[in-house]
Design a binder for this molecule. Structure first.
Ligand code: ATP
Ligand code: MG
Length: 583
C-alpha cells in the first residue's frame, strides 16, 4: 500500500487469512463469474431470487439446515429449515395463482417481523410478483401513499393493523384486489381473506416459471430522510450482489448464525434480513421484538450469533448503556460485525473492539444501490471512521459536477466531491416508480450520482462527508455535519448529536448542534460551555458549532437516522415537509 496522505488510523487490524485478499479478489473479479457460483433455474430459464435463496438449498445438502430462526417478542422460537421454507413459499406462490394475481403485480406487506412476512417475500419472488414491504409502524397516511403509488394488488397484514391503518381508505384503493390477514382464522369478506386458510388450501409443490434476470422483483421505498420517499425498482439480477456481498463483506459461510437487525421496511432488512443470508446458505435470526439493549445482548449470546449486521443508531444506544453490564455476556461466538445506514464514527468502531471483542466494519450503500457498494472488508485493514473500499466489480469515484455539465472524475486524493458509482452493476435500481425525471437526473454520463458527498484517500478508502443536501456553507467553508457530530459524540456527556446550518447574515450559515446527553448528565450552562469549548478545540472556531441545543430525543426516521431537515424546519419554524417516516 502507498503511504497515507491522511492521518494514520489509531487502530489497524490484521487481515484474516481465510478470506480472499481484497486486492486479489478485485483484480480477478467479473460479474459474469458470479453466475457460475449461483445455480440458475433448472433448464437455464433465468435467475430467480427465491430459487437461489431457498430451493437450491432445499434440494441439496443444506435441506435440513435451519434457514430462519424466528424469535417472538416473548422469546418463543420457531425454526424453518430450507426444505420447510421451500414448501411454505411454494404454498404462497400457489395461493397467489389461485387468487389470479398476475406476474409483475405488487404484493405489499404491512406487518411486524413475523414469519409470514418472510414467506410472503420469498413466495412472491417465486411467483414472479413484486415484493413491496412497508413498515408496520407507519401511520395511515404513509401507508395509503405507498399502497396507492405502488398500485398494490395484494396487501398482507394483521387484523389490528388493517383496522387501524387501512380500513378507513380501503375504498380509495381500486387496484387492491385482496387483503390477506395473517391472524384471521376465517375469511372476513370476498376480498378480505384469511391467510392461514389460504395456506391450508394451497399445494406445496410449485415450479418457478422462467424468470428473466431483469424481471422486476422488489419495489423499495427510500427512508425519506431528505424528502418524500422514492420507490426504487429492483430486479432478480440483484441476487448476484446479495451473494457476493454476503461472501466478501459479511463473510458468510455455511454453519454461520447471522443476525441482521434491520426491519424489511427498509432495504437492509430485505437484502440482508431476507435474501443474502439464505443465498449464502446460513441460518438467519429474525427477531420479532423491538430494540432493547439487554435483550439484544441476550440474543447475541443465546443464539450464538457469529456474524452481526446492525446500524449506528443501535450501536450508539448500546454504547450509552453501561459497558460493564454488557461485558457479562459470553459473545465468544461472535466473529464479525458490520454496520450500515449512517456514518459510523471511529469511536464506535473501537467500542466494538473493546466491548464486543471485534471492531465494527462500516458499509455504505443506498436503497437505490440494492446492495453493499463500499465497505471495510474482513480481509482488508479497517480505517475507523471510513466507509471503506468499493466492492470488487464496483467502480466508485469522487466526481465534480459543474451544473449542467457531465461529471468528471477527481483523481487527486482527499478532495471532497460527489460520490458516484459507474452505472451497470446488477442490483442497480431500474427506476423511481412514477418519477422518470428524478431517475434520469440521478445519472450524469456513465455515473450514478449518489447525492452523498465524500472524499477518497490516497489508498482508495472512501470517507463520508455528508449528504449533498445537508452540507453547511459557513464563512466560505464547506462543513459536513458528520464531522462535527462525531467530535461532539466523543465528549463524555454526549450521547447523540445532529448538526445543521442556520441562516446567518455574517457567515452565510452558522453551525448549530442539537445534542442528547448520556443518562445522568444535567443539561446546564456549565456543561454547555464545556461542550462548546471541547468542540472548538477539536474542530477550530470556523467549523465548531456556534450554538448547542440540549434535546432529550433527536428526531429520527424509522430507519433510525437523525432527520436533520426536521431539526432545521422546527428550529426555523418552517413547514416540516413530508413527515411520514419519523419514528
Ligand atoms: P431518502 O433518499 O428518502 O432521503 P435515505 O437516503 O436515508 O432516504 P436510504 O436509501 O435508506 O434512504 O439510505 C441511504 C443513505 O444513507 C445514503 O445515501 C447515506 O446518506 C446514508 N448512509 C448509508 N450508509 C452509510 C454509511 N455507512 N456512512 C454514511 N452514510 C450512510
Ligand atoms: Mg437517499
Amino acid at each position: 500500500m502507498k503511504t497515507q496522505a491522511i492521518k494514520k488510523p489509531a487502530h489497524t487490524f490484521t487481515v484474516r487469512p481465510n478470506l480472499p485478499n481484497y486486492e486479489a479478489a478485485r483484480a480477478r473479479f467479473s460479474w459474469a463469474d458470479v453466475y457460475k457460483d449461483l445455480d440458475g433455474l433448472p433448464g437455464g430459464v433465468g435467475l430467480n431470487i427465491a430459487h437461489e435463496a431457498v430451493d437450491r438449498h432445499a434440494d441439496g445438502p443444506l435441506r435440513d439446515c435451519v434457514a430462519i430462526r424466528w424469535l417472538s417478542p416473548d422469546d418463543t422460537v420457531r425454526e424453518f429449515t430450507y426444505a420447510h421454507l421451500k414448501r411454505l413459499t411454494n404454498r404462497f406462490a400457489n395461493l397467489l395463482k389461485t387468487l389470479d394475481i398476475q406476474r409483475g403485480d405488487r404484493i405489499c406487506t404491512l406487518c411486524d417481523r413475523i414469519p409470514d412476512l418472510y414467506i410472503a417475500a420469498l413466495g412472491t419472488f417465486k411467483y414472479g410478483g413484486v415484493f413491496c414491504p412497508l413498515f408496520s409502524a407507519f401511520g395511515p397516511e404513509p401507508v395509503f401513499q405507498r399502497l396507492s403509488r405502488s398500485r398494490a394488488a395484494v396487501l398482507i397484514t394483521t387484523e389490528r393493523l388493517f383496522a387501524l391503518k387501512v380500513a378507513g381508505f380501503r375504498h380509495r384503493l381500486p387496484h387492491l384486489k385482496y387483503v390477506l390477514l395473517t391472524d384471521a382464522d376465517r375469511h372476513v369478506g370476498p376480498d378480505t381473506l384469511s391467510l392461514p386458510r389460504l395456506f391450508d388450501g394451497a399445494s406445496d409443490r410449485f415450479s418457478i416459471p422462467p424468470t428473466d434476470p431483469n424481471d422486476m422483483a422488489i419495489l423499495h421505498f427510500t427512508s425519506g430522510t431528505t424528502g418524500f420517499p422514492k420507490g426504487a425498482v429492483h430486479v432478480h439480477d440483484a441476487v448476484r450482489v446479495h451473494y457476493i456481498t454476503g461472501k466478501y463483506v459479511l463473510d458468510l459461510r455455511p454453519g454461520d448464525i447471522f443476525w441482521c437487525t434491520a426491519d424489511p421496511g427498509w432495504v437492509t432488512g430485505t437484502a440482508y434480513g431476507i435474501i443474502a443470508p439464505l443465498v449464502c446458505g446460513v441460518t438467519s435470526i429474525v427477531d420479532g421484538g423491538d430494540f432493547d439493549a439487554g435483550r439484544w445482548f441476550r440474543i447475541l449470546e443465546s443464539q450464538k450469533v457469529t456474524v452481526w449486521y446492525t446500524a449506528p443508531t443501535a450501536i450508539r444506544r448500546l454504547m450509552r448503556t453501561a459497558s460493564e453490564a454488557l461485558r457479562q455476556h459470553d459473545l465468544s461466538r461472535l466473529r464479525h460485525i458490520c454496520s450500515v445506514g449512517e456514518p459510523l464514527a471511529a469511536d464506535a468502531v473501537r467500542w466494538g473492539s473493546d466491548v464486543l471483542g471485534h471492531p465494527i466494519h462500516d458499509t455504505w450503500w443506498q436503497t437505490e444501490n440494492g446492495g453493499i457498494m463500499i465497505a471495510n472488508y474482513p480481509s482488508a485493514e479497517i480505517r475507523p471512521g471510513s466507509m471503506g473500499l468499493p466492492l470488487p466489480g464496483i467502480e466508485a469515484a469522487i466526481v465534480r459536477k459543474p451544473d449542467g455539465k457531465t461529471a468528471e472524475v477527481v483523481t487527486e486524493p482527499d478532495v471532497t466531491g460527489h460520490l458516484a458509482l459507474r452505472s451497470g452493476w446488477p442490483s442497480m435500481f431500474r427506476g423511481y416508480l412514477g418519477e422518470n425525471e428524478k431517475y434520469a437526473k440521478s445519472f450524469s454520463g456513465d455515473w450514478y450520482l449518489s447525492g452523498d458527498l465524500a472524499r477518497r484517500d490516497a489508498d482508495g478508502y472512501f470517507w463520508f462527508v455528508g449528504r449533498g443536501d445537508d452540507i453547511i456553507k459557513t464563512s466560505g467553508h464547506m462543513v459536513g455535519p458528520f464531522e462535527v457530530e462525531s467530535v461532539l459524540t466523543e465528549h463524555p456527556a454526549v450521547a447523540e448529536a445532529g448538526v445543521i446550518g442556520l441562516p446567518d447574515p455574517m457567515l452565510g450559515e452558522r453551525v448549530a448542534a442539537f445534542v442528547s446527553l448520556r443518562p445522568g448528565m444535567t443539561p446546564d450552562a456549565a456543561l454547555h460551555r464545556d461542550i462548546l469549548g471541547f468542540a472548538r478545540k477539536r474542530l477550530g472556531p470556523a467549523v465548531a458549532p456556534r450554538e448547542i441545543v440540549f434535546q432529550e430525543i433527536l428526531p429520527k426516521n424509522r430507519a433510525g437516522k437523525v432527520m436533520r431537515r426536521l431539526l432545521k424546519a422546527r428550529r426555523l419554524g418552517l413547514p416540516q415537509g413530508d413527515t411520514s417516516t419519523p419514528e
